[in-house]
Design a binder for this molecule. Sequence first.
Ligand code: KG4
Ligand code: ZN
Length: 339
Amino acid sequence: RLAVLVLGIESSCDETGVALVHADGAALPVLLGHALHSQIEMHQAYGGVVPELASRDHIRRVLPLTEQVLAETGRGLSEVDIVAYTRGPGLAGALLVGAGVACALGAALDRPVLGLHHLEGHLLSPFLSADPPEFPFVALLVSGGHTQLMQVDGVGRYTMLGETIDDAAGEAFDKSAKLLGLGYPGGPALARLAEQGDAAAFKLPRPLLHSGNLDFSFAGLKTAVMTQANKLGDQLEARKADLAASTEAAIVEVLMKKSMTALRQTGLRRLVVAGGVGANRALRGQLNAACAKAGVRVHYPELHLCTDNGAMIAMAGAMRLQSGIEQANCAYAFDVKPR
Ligand code: KG4
Ligand code: ZN
């Protein structure tokens, strides 16, 4: 019987996250506590993530956050059984911080370590919610770097159904937001402005909507947004909310329709949405409505666990160990997988 305390460390991009998850037997692992530091404010002045600054800040934050989680959960470092960390994808220098600290802790404590795929963390993050899913399900993974539809039959049993051939959904949000002068990160800012706008105001393309497969393409959207913004000229300021709402509607409609097609094609009755864009209210609204109509159950991570965090990494580690598909090991000579 597996009973382990897993320490999870996430440092792939601009958030440092640390968490403690407890796995006992076959029951769903439980999150005991987590701490997060976002670098958003630091990168804001540059309009995007500066990799070197990200690495340096992860170094500053990771141990204090670890101490914070241990203090808040009343646990000692020596009680940790396994150290899980994000091995990739992400920024190489940022990943090296989490991997280095995880392996150093493992070596010092004489405990095994486990390197994880960042996206698997996102994918399994809904299992941390009050309404966790059950296998099998269709997963819509929408983050800043990825847009994928997957069939998920169990932990580690993932079949790709479709993915973006160019930009990710989060990237489409971010790049359009940048064109509208909304700063970084653009997704949440564009979504906020869109709430005051008319989504039907501008006709923007829905690329690959009728392609007959489950792939996505969002690169053309930012060009269409730019063309529209240029056309508006002096009027852009007054119509910005309308343009933001129309952009969001274009992204959301494609994500919703393709998700529903994936459910029809696989015959599955459960949808799991994960990744930063999963926090988007318009997307949640449309998916909830479509799934209710189709008799499909839909699950999301808790809002604060949609974007990067340590809890999802500790959870993914715990679930992989539990399912027996992976053993943590004492090979402390770490490497990272930026791609
Ligand atoms: O999963 P995540 O934190 O990082 C990656 O692994 O990429 O996702 C970040 C992405 C960014 O593109 C951000 O703009 C987007 O998620 N995002 C949103 C919202 N919140 C975060 N996009 C639209 N609406 C939101 N509310
Ligand atoms: Zn992420």
